[in-house]
Design a protein around this ligand. Structure first.
Ligand code: NAG
Ligand code: NAG
Length: 250
């Protein structure tokens, strides 16, 4: 069997949201998937449901853990056996929703560590991997996608910490797109402008909301847009897209 391209997704949570949906959609499209999250049980379960997937649980989203997980992925799928990492998704984040004066110094630090420092470490590892690849049939070395939010471009009354992190992530992605586009590395940022139908949001909303595709985002629909980004050829690359349900009013 020839080597399939590898897709790495960081931020799978308990496998009920965008990260898990992206893993499924990319697996169906012929990628091997490396699943990263803190919930080892949920990761193992998801890996067992996909073809050629492997769980890489991490204890936290520290810079060290991010570097270590790349070593683990390379141990599983060694470079000298021709395994190439061709797509990646940074889908994690620390979200504190509190009025500014209630946010603690620790929460500020955690927000910066996860939303920014860990994203830098992830990007560094991915860019170094992509640089080893030759151009694929659509003229790219790889695609790195970041999940953003409404808070990537708009602060609000309880989002000082979250928005600062998401603004930072957007700045990182745009800078990477400019710097590495010249090496045919595609970097994209997706503003998810609305509530995603994850397990947690199902708990917070009623049944009608969950059933109504006009008012919330389906993780699988987001995942399909991510695959579309990965499939774009070098003559027409998107840096940023935004996704929202049909009846948004915010
Ligand atoms: C901003 O916060 C207010 C108060 O919580 C909320 O009603 C509004 O929908 C928020 N706006 C956006 C764009 O999220
Ligand atoms: C994920 O966690 C939420 C609660 O945060 C829960 O409602 C949901 O059922 C969980 N999903 C899975 C697949 O475990």
């Amino acid at each position: 069997m020839g080597n399939k391209p590898i897709f790495i997704v960081a931020g799978v949570g308990n496998a009920s949201g965008t990260g898990a949906a992206a893993a499924k959609v990319f697996a169906q499209a012929g990628y091997r998937t490396a699943l990263i999250a803190r919930d080892a049980t949920a990761l193992e379960k998801l890996a067992s449901q996909l073809t050629d997937a492997h769980a890489f649980p991490i204890k936290d989203y520290s810079v060290q853990s991010i570097h270590d997980v790349f070593a683990a992925i390379r141990k599983q799928w060694p470079e000298d056996q021709g395994h190439e990492i061709r797509a990646a998704l940074w889908n994690t984040g620390a979200a504190v929703w509190k009025p500014f004066l209630e946010i603690t110094d620790e929460e500020v630090k955690e927000g910066l560590d996860i939303n920014i420092a860990a994203a830098f470490a992830f990007s560094r590892n991915i860019i170094l991997e992509f640089k080893k690849n030759s151009l694929n049939e659509i003229g790219k070395r790889g695609t790195l996608i970041f999940t953003g939010a409404t808070a990537s471009i708009r602060g609000n009354v309880t989002t000082s910490s979250f928005a600062a992190g998401k603004f930072g992530l957007r700045a990182l992605s745009q800078s990477l797109a400019k710097e590495f586009g010249k090496q045919n590395i595609h970097v994209a940022h997706a503003i998810i402008d609305g509530v995603i139908l994850t397990g947690r949001q199902r708990d917070r909303h009623d049944e009608d909301w969950a059933k109504n595709a006009d008012v919330r985002l389906d993780p699988e629909s987001i995942a399909k847009s991510y695959l579309f980004l990965a499939n774009q050829d070098r003559s027409a690359l998107t840096w940023e897209l935004d996704l929202r349900p049909a009846h948004e009013k915010w």
